[in-house]
Ligand binder design. Structure first.
Ligand SMILES: CC(C)(COP(=O)(O)OP(=O)(O)OC[C@H]1O[C@@H](n2cnc3c(N)ncnc32)[C@H](O)[C@@H]1OP(=O)(O)O)[C@@H](O)C(=O)NCCC(=O)NCCS
Length: 172
């Protein structure tokens, strides 16, 4: 198992079409269906990085600001931003294309956390991430603060221990 892997090695793209069975009564994509697709694309990226079985540990806030219509083509891109000991953060970007109208919009961006586990479901060590592009470096740098925020919210970290998170609020 390599000790490091490039962020790009986990890049994953998934394309889906919004069909009648995926929609609500306004003919827009159901939120739960989109979250399912996000979970799948992010899990594949996490598997590519870790070469392990992975489980979803958390999904950061997803807001639904614009609907995705029946017949749109949804493209989900996922890539691991940073790995810690057994957990890794995955960035997901969703875009919706109305192909006949030649229109494409980015509808969602979110961060999910996955944990690599062994056959018994116990967390297991994974390679570190090497970011290369400016965007990968930005995501890598922010990942530590986001990790601290989600661990504090999950009551897995004391707020006073979230040093990097506190620093952005200028708290002592
Ligand atoms: C995620 C899970 C493996 C963590 O196991 P655990 O026994 O609590 O293990 P640990 O406390 O050692 O934590 C392991 C890693 O998970 C991370 N983690 C745990 N809970 C987390 C959360 N809510 N958000 C983000 N990361 C979390 C820890 O920070 C740790 O990361 P690190 O090794 O990189 O430092 C375990 O809680 C689990 O199996 N959950 C169910 C997963 C699942 O079924 N997902 C599908 C949802 S239905």
């Amino acid at each position: 198992m390599p000790k490091t892997k490039f962020a790009r090695e986990s890049a994953t793209i998934m394309t889906e079409m919004v069909l009648p069975n995926d929609t609500n009564t306004l003919n827009n994509l159901m939120g739960g269906k989109l979250m399912h697709w996000m979970d799948v694309v992010a899990a594949i990226a996490a598997q590519k990085h870790s070469n392990r079985i992975v489980v979803t540990a958390s999904a950061d806030n997803i807001s639904f600001q614009q609907p995705i219509a029946l017949g749109n083509v949804v493209t989900l891109k996922a890539q691991v931003t940073r790995a810690f000991t057994s957990s890794m953060e995955v960035f997901i970007q969703v875009s919706a294309d109305d192909i006949p109208a030649n229109k494409s919009i980015v509808t969602h961006r979110a961060f999910f956390t996955f944990v690599a586990v062994d056959q018994n479901g116990r967390p297991i060590e994974i390679p570190e991430v090497i970011p290369e592009t400016d965007e990968e470096k930005e995501h890598f740098d922010g990942a530590l603060r986001r990790r601290q925020l989600r661990l504090v919210l999950a009551k897995r970290m004391k707020p006073e221990d979230a040093v990097e998170l506190k620093s952005i609020f200028n708290l002592k």
